[in-house]
Design a protein around this ligand. Structure first.
Ligand code: SF4
Length: 403
């Protein structure tokens, strides 16, 4: 555990007037269908096969500066989004992204192409072929009509690493070969590489024809999978811990709060040189085959950097629902966290940045609520803390009892 001096008070609360309840929109922004946020339009790009060439990354950085506010997010589904895009600039931005091969045929195809790809694939292991075939299958006119957040995981590196990443249909490498399964179900289908995408699409069609409510896992207990998906899931090989630093695939660099400037993305693109960037769902970017990382603001290059232990949503002023500047709070409190502790800081009860239970701080119209273990919507253990007391209260809680 880090020893820490008494934390300073800080002026975390930034909104002058009460903020209304956030709405759950039930869909994710795309490039062709952007979403309005407090700082302008959010334009989300889904990198094909989870990878950006150096030229694509440099192009995105230039376009983010020209048409947006120059801030770029890495999302929990390994997408890249430009912030603060001006409405009048959107068409020109899309033309620019299309020139780099980053735009789908239409908004429906873009919404369906919701695929997370393991960043730890190796040349020749079939991952890129499967990911490209999955994208192609979802682009066909007869692809099933799926809910807006329905997604696929192609987790076919040496070991699966995406089990904590949201997905409804998973293509995984197990100890006995490739396996396709519906999220939450204990059975699935053993497949060859050629059979993987047809099997995933068969599951998607089954889901689309089912009486459904929400995501795939909500069907567990009420629906039986088709006969072809009744093979018990083989044991999955233990997931290795990945961490910031060099590894067998290149250099894994952290992105503070999953957000960087256009200049930082340009620096990463230069470093990727003739290789590419693999976007991960963990607020990290893998620079393929790199032996070093550039010096650039917002990059985390040490595995023990306390900012890796804090998850914070956009907060104020970027999000109109936020009552606190979440990232100022995060920077102030991160050094006081024990090394094994994750802190989620949410600008409101929606909890966009971390839907799972954790030690959580939530901005409210009355101050900051503290939740020992829960989501941003859970009942608070301490309510309406002030900017002066939140750090002291958090530290008292952390040191008083195991949470
Ligand atoms: S959780 Fe954060 S980003 Fe999401 S709506 Fe609330 S304030 Fe905005």
């Amino acid at each position: 555990m880090r020893t820490a001096p008494t934390p300073p008070a800080a002026n975390f609360v930034t909104t002058a007037s009460p903020v209304g309840k956030p709405s759950v929109k039930g869909w994710c922004p795309g490039a062709l269908r952007p979403m309005l946020s407090g700082d302008g339009w959010v334009v989300r790009i889904r990198p094909p096969t989870g990878r950006l060439s150096a030229a694509q990354a440099a192009g995105i950085a230039q376009l983010a500066e020209r048409h947006g506010n120059g801030l770029i997010d890495i999302t929990s589904r390994a997408n890249v989004q430009l912030r603060g895009v001006r409405e009048a600039s959107h068409a020109e931005l899309i033309d620019g992204l299309r020139a780099f091969g980053l735009i789908d045929a239409n908004a429906e195809v873009e919404a369906r192409r919701n695929i997370v790809v393991t960043p730890f694939w190796r040349a020749g292991d079939g991952t890129l072929d499967i990911a490209a075939a999955q994208a192609n299958a979802l682009a066909q006119p007869d692809a099933p009509n799926l809910p807006k957040k329905f997604g696929f995981a192609v987790d076919t590196g040496a070991q699966p690493v995406l089990q904590d990443t949201s997905a409804d249909i998973r293509i995984e490498r197990t100890a006995s070969g490739l396996f396709v399964r519906a999220d939450g179900f204990a059975t699935g289908a053993r497949v060859t590489a050629d059979e993987a995408v047809p099997a995933a699409m068969a599951l998607a069609r089954w889901y689309a024809a089912s009486p459904r409510s929400g995501r795939m896992a909500a069907l567990v207990g009420s629906q039986s999978l088709p006969d072809a998906f009744q093979t018990p899931l083989p044991p999955l090989v233990a997931v290795p811990q990945w961490q910031v630093g060099p590894n067998a695939h290149g250099w894994l660099v952290g992105i503070a709060f999953g957000q960087m400037s256009a200049q930082t993305l340009s620096a990463l693109a230069e470093c990727a040189d003739i290789n590419a960037l693999r976007i991960t769902p963990w607020r990290m970017v893998l620079i393929e085959a790199a032996h070093h990382v550039p010096e650039a603001p917002g990059l985390i290059t040490r595995a023990d950097d306390p900012l890796l232990q804090v998850v914070a949503c956009s907060g104020a002023p970027q999000c109109q629902h936020a009552t606190i500047d979440t990232r100022t709070v995060a920077r102030a409190l991160a050094p006081y966290l024990p090394a094994d502790r994750l802190l989620h800081i949410s600008g409101c009860t929606k909890g966009c940045a971390h839907p799972k239970a954790a030690l959580t701080l939530v901005g409210t119209n009355d101050g900051i609520d503290l939740i020992r273990h829960g989501t941003a919507a859970s009942t608070a253990d301490r309510c309406a803390l002030s900017a002066d007391t939140v750090a002291t209260e958090l530290q008292r809680l952390l040191h008083a009892t195991p949470i």
